[in-house]
Design a protein around this ligand. Structure first.
Ligand SMILES: CC(C)(COP(=O)(O)OP(=O)(O)OC[C@H]1O[C@@H](n2cnc3c(N)ncnc32)[C@H](O)[C@@H]1OP(=O)(O)O)[C@@H](O)C(=O)NCCC(=O)NCCS
Length: 412
């Protein structure tokens, strides 16, 4: 009899916990019927261990090239970038840094597979461990990189290494550059909402993996040949970041309660910005085109982009305070220090609103698509006692095109 009572109270406890978790997956609003929300349940980031301080770029450059005006200008920008350290997945003993010739695109592909995929695996494992579910329950993988173009894509190798099912739905985004992390979040949200409308349980691994340091040699070669300063050389560092998203259907006991619910997303092609931001492939890897006009386009499009996002978000647009950017925390992609400072200024934010964007930029640089997910990882693990945190969060990034990607989330 006593055993039977224990069993019944345990079952009713489990039921209450499950109901609480399911409730958290629904956006609280006065809209009827309740919209199933897709949630970010866990996050994970992995930076590689090979540190590259501000002096690192000059060391590599002078190993292969004599001084020149374009190199001096680039090193000057590098010294003022306000990035304290960046990291490369490629060990300093690797031939890439020492060989006289620049690598071929085939060498670059090999390097990405050798060093990039394990980095992505580590980031993904962190997110999966925090989520608490079983790899076999992952139904979707939405991956992004702009530093590899192999077929099959890296998400295929990753999926096998992580023990996902053979029918996991794979989506690999390319051509989205630094906006890729937010674009992946937007894509995963749409896919999981689609599954929810079919009443299917869905869990997505979102993963961004970028190894731009593979292309330092190619970018230096171009700089010296064309005598054109290269800002990209002063900003980029390697990183992989991941998240697990859930559509809240069929929650299992082991799964962690969600962190944020995704309210809405938006992608915008910035007018008259063609040619300003590109990442073009050549015989020995990618070459970044970052024009001096990028900040001008950020300034003109960020406030209107934010307003458009809130106006199209049903659960926010009725409240005038939702149109105040200061009522959100911001994970703004740190394209460069100038982008953060400008974003802060045009949106009327404090450095506190952008605290993790500044921190990630200063301590790790710009890691393209994986950066925003890394900033969100930092926000997710932030000590709640360390000052004001807002319930709502905007993730925003600018990528090639120029394309602006935004996602608005609310604390679950
Ligand atoms: C690169 C950066 C961090 C340098 O910071 P800073 O030294 O405070 O910035 P400044 O704007 O004063 O520029 C310093 C010098 O770099 C040059 N410079 C800036 N952006 C440049 C670019 N995209 N291409 C070439 N040179 C550039 C400036 O002309 C200036 O040179 P000058 O002293 O001869 O006039 C900052 O300019 C920045 O964040 N730029 C935006 C980067 C960007 O667009 N990123 C998007 C990638 S996703």
């Amino acid at each position: 009899m006593a055993l039977c009572n224990i069993f019944h109270s345990w079952r009713s406890y489990l039921k209450r916990v499950t109901q609480r978790k399911e409730k958290l997956h629904h956006v609280t609003s006065n809209e009827t019927p309740a919209i199933p929300a897709v949630s970010v349940v866990s996050t994970g980031t992995q930076y590689p261990s090979n540190r590259m301080g501000p002096e690192g770029l000059a060391e590599i450059a002078f190993k292969h090239y004599a001084d020149s005006p374009a190199l001096q200008k680039t090193l000057e920008i590098n010294a003022k970038s306000r990035i304290e350290e960046r990291y490369s997945a490629i060990p300093r003993s690797h031939p890439l840094w020492h060989q006289p010739n620049t690598p071929s695109i085939a060498d670059c592909d090999e390097i990405f597979k050798k060093y990039g995929i394990p980095l992505a695996e580590e980031a993904a494992k962190k997110a999966l461990a925090e989520w608490g579910g079983s790899p076999g329950d992952i139904t979707h993988i939405v991956a992004v990189t702009c530093t590899n173009t192999s077929n099959p894509g890296f998400e295929s190798f990753l999926s096998q290494r992580l023990g996902f099912g053979k029918s996991v739905q794979r989506t690999l985004l390319h051509g989205v550059g630094c906006a890729g992390g937010v674009a992946a979040l937007r894509t995963a949200n749409e896919l999981l909402l689609g599954a929810a409308h079919q009443d299917k349980p869905a869990r997505a691994l979102v993963v961004a993996c970028e190894i731009p340091s593979i292309f330092i040699r190619r970018e230096l070669e171009d700089l010296v040949k064309e005598q054109r300063p290269n800002v990209g050389l002063t900003l980029f560092g390697d990183c992989a970041s991941a998240m697990v998203l859930s559509n809240g259907i069929g929650i299992k006991e082991s799964e962690r309660a969600p962190l944020w619910n995704i309210l809405n997303s938006q992608t915008t092609q910035v007018e008259n910005s063609g040619g300003c931001l590109e990442y073009n492939v050549g015989p020995s890897g990618y070459l970044a085109v970052i024009s001096k006009d990028v900040p001008k386009h950020v300034k003109s499009s960020l406030p209107s982009g934010f307003e458009g996002l809130i106006t199209s978000t049903k659960s926010l647009r009725e409240s005038p305070s939702s149109f105040d950017p200061t009522t959100y925390d911001w994970a703004l992609h740190p394209g460069g220090y100038g982008i953060l400072a400008l974003g802060q200024q045009v949106l009327g934010l404090s450095t506190h609103h952008l605290r993790k964007s500044y921190e990630v930029y200063t301590k790790r640089g710009n890691s393209s698509s994986s950066t925003v997910l890394s900033i969100m990882d930092k926000l997710a693990h932030e000590d709640e006692k360390c000052g004001t945190r807002r319930d709502k969060l905007i993730a925003a990034a600018f990528g090639p095109g120029i394309t602006m990607e935004m996602v608005v989330l609310t604390k679950a």
